[in-house]
Ligand binder design. Structure first.
Ligand code: PLP
Length: 389
């Protein structure tokens, strides 16, 4: 048997690398999660229990925001903010077209119109120049420009300096969608502390995830807090049985809050571990593909580690890596403005060429805080081999 065949045999016998590793995190936290859940099972305050209030206090402190309001998902966090602001039919809400659908999905829920904006070629985040163009398109159509939703795609904050200037000039509210970027920084401040309000998600695959669905809203606006809490609880007035506005069931379960408190205690350490993986990937792959660019004003929490390859290459790479037990994923194959459910809505006038290009070129590699050095080397070697390097 020659050495080449041996290598093949060894790599084929290795178990697949998890794309996201929830099991290792659970092993690290040991009995702490079980004990936290048991405490809730014993006190029986499954809704609005003490862990929910404690989590909100700790989340606000972590983000550097005045208030954190926990809720049922990242999508509901976005919707609650639009509902609390009274965004309505005739209003335009500006969303990047290269994002997860939830960013734009909540806009028609309140009767408003999503208007799609192109992204920057290096950071994949909202392009301020395209935002200006989209505002013009909205105004020309008789829509009222009302809100911009910058997304912290793949874990890196959008260019909030530039977006704030444009928002101010056009009297837009800023709703930061930090579902992928919670824990990241911009000019040294954490996400959740920017804009008029922020929404994040605790879906298990996000950088800070729970064991089901969950989310949170962040804001410094004291007046918005009671409105958000009312929206979260069926538009309640003095109590649940007085309804002063249209709301929803938007609460976070106490069990999920208890789990999140344990996970939040190790989150900073996990972010550092993700950053080490990204640095290693960058060094080892920058000569064979386009590695992610982080703005010098930002840090990323690496919700995804996404590389770019010439059009037509990535599906072959994915198949080759799959054979070696290295999973990949494509976020996103179809830009929002070309999704069947969203194609009817306006977009900045130029066809959003960067979104179109990225959708054909991006592919994400395994990324999580428990990716040990041997696994990192396996991913790197497999990518390099598949690209013929
Ligand atoms: C995941 C995600 C959401 C929605 O969060 P859920 O908790 O799954 O509802 C919104 N925006 C972006 C950018 C996301 O990645």
């Amino acid at each position: 048997m020659n050495s080449h065949v041996k290598t093949e045999t060894v790599s084929a016998s290795l178990p697949p690398i998890p794309f996201i590793d929830v099991a290792s995190q659970r092993a690290r936290l040991g009995s702490r999660i079980d004990e936290a859940v048991t405490r809730v099972l014993n006190h029986c305050r499954f809704v609005n229990g003490p862990e929910v209030t404690e989590l909100e206090t700790q989340l606000a402190a972590f983000a550097g925001a005045k208030h954190a309001i926990s809720c049922s998902s990242g999508t509901d966090a976005l919707a609650m903010i639009l509902m609390a602001w009274g965004v309505k039919a005739g209003d335009a809400v500006f969303c990047p077209a290269f994002t997860f659908c939830a960013t734009a999905e909540v806009v028609p829920w309140v009767g408003a119109t999503p208007v799609f904006v192109d992204v920057l070629d290096d950071t994949f985040n909202m392009d301020p120049a395209s935002l200006e163009a989209a505002i013009k398109v909205a105004t020309d159509r008789g829509l009222n420009p009302r809100v911009v939703i910058p997304v912290d795609l793949f874990g890196q904050p959008a260019d909030l300096d530039a977006i704030e200037v444009i928002a101010k000039a056009h009297d837009l509210k800023i709703l930061c969608d930090t579902a992928q970027g919670f824990g990241a920084t911009w000019n040294g401040k954490r996400t959740g502390s920017f804009g008029d309000a922020s929404a994040t998600s605790f879906f298990p695959a996000k950088p800070l995830g729970c064991f089901g669905d969950g989310g949170a809203v962040f804001t410094d606006d004291d007046d918005l807090v009671p409105v958000l809490k009312s929206v979260r609880e069926h538009g309640q007035g003095v109590d649940k049985y007085e309804n002063v506005r249209i709301g929803m069931t938007g609460r976070l379960d106490t069990i999920q809050a208890a789990i999140l408190l344990e996970k939040l205690s190790i989150f900073e350490d996990e972010i550092a571990a993700r950053q080490r993986v990204a640095t290693r990937y960058n060094e080892a792959l920058k000569d064979v593909c386009v590695v992610p660019a982080v703005d010098p004003r930002a840090t990323s929490v690496w919700a995804q580690y996404t590389i770019r390859l010439p059009h037509g290459v990535r599906d072959g790479l994915a198949a080759a890596l799959q054979k070696e037990g290295v999973p990949t994923a494509v976020y996103y194959r179809i830009p929002m403005h070309r999704q069947p459910a969203y194609a009817q809505y306006p977009a900045a006038g130029n066809g959003l060429p960067v979104c179109e290009k990225l959708c054909g070129e991006v592919i994400s590699l395994p990324m999580h805080a428990y990716l040990d050095e041997a696994s990192q080397e396996r991913v790197i070697a497999a990518v390099r081999r598949a690209l013929g390097a």
